[in-house]
Design a protein around this ligand. Sequence first.
Ligand code: MEV
Length: 438
Amino acid sequence: MSNTISGFSKLSKSDKINWLLETYFSEQDQARTLVESYWNTDDKLQKLHDEFIENTITNYYLPLGVAPNFLINDTLYAVPMAIEESSVVAAASKAAKFWLERGGFKAEVIATEKIGQVHFMYHGDVAKLKAFFEEVKPILIKDTAAITKNMELRGGGILDIELRDKSDDLPHYFQLHAKFETLDAMGANFINSCLEQFANTFKREALLYKAFTEEEQNLTIVMSILSNYVPNCVVRAEVSCPISELKSKDIGDPEAFAQKFKQAVTIAELEPYRAVTHNKGIMNGIDAVVLATGNDFRAVEAGVHAYAAKDGSYTSLTHCTVENDRFTFWIEIPLALGTVGGLTRLHPLVKFAMEMLQNPSAKDLMKIVAVAGLAQNFGAVKSLTTTGIQEGHMKMHLMNILNQFEATTTEKEQLVEHFKTNVVTHSAVVEAIADLRK
Ligand code: MEV
């Protein structure tokens, strides 16, 4: 193929850009100006970003917004959110304010255990493998001493290692299934380093184990990797108030609202098509804070959705009760987050976001993120069951449509005023712009 290239990563940044422009772009000057206009004028800062990944050519901006007024366990937070979707920060802020006036959010971390596995193939006598594992287990722990030393000093480390027989699922398949406490670190590097050391030790000791036959000694390590499924690293967040306090501009009758809200949550609990969208709305809040705080949103997404399906059918991550004149709405989710390591102390805006959150521990960050998800879901379900989602969504999207049509500042002012009392749809905005420009 004519456009293949080898040694791309070894080219200088400008040679990479030149090659791209020559190979794929018709308006090369325009494309170059665009790429360069996103470079930071501070060379040191740009270099820092260049070095986060391989083959960086420029920066990709997302807005960093703030949702203030989040009262969580009696502490007030302004929550940083990095996201492109117009209505998310507005909805989070509105939900935060709503619950600020009703006692705020309560959140607790239920558990913080992380998981990693060494997957291996063993052909032979399972009883002998079990006996070998019991003998080798202390050596597995001892051999990771250099890796675990600092973590142990801080109170974390390896919690346990089990041998798991998975040969009913796949012939000859076994695992070392290990549990870790990684404190304020997300722990991916720590866990993966421990696992790779387990694998080396396990292989080495197997070759020396006299009771094994030659075939048994030659077990095969397939891979060693942490699991992003962390069903024992879980946080719960809740809001609750007397039904009579569920009053706002969009809520008519509080009792009817509470019942309808609960029905909407129940539908998400039992109907996977709705559950996925319901949970997507939760992830609008969660991902935005996870991203702003330099955490791995792909890991969080994968783990959260697996948790939503843990009982065999995909279901809602939030739940609601309306009992004894009380409305209670809560979320329970697994979150493997870090406030040290990774990008958290490296990316200047992540440092800024962490300071905004009063430099939280990983546990505090779990609470804040869970609350952001709950607030987002409250906002979405409240809109869905009252005004409908489009009213708020399109109001926020209005500016995007105006920008698409390159509206001037005066045009924007006039049209924002116009749409205060008119329904925003794409075609209504297009018509209004045309009318204004006649
Ligand atoms: C849009 O990004 C999210 C919602 O669809 C969530 C929901 O339906 O609950 C509004």
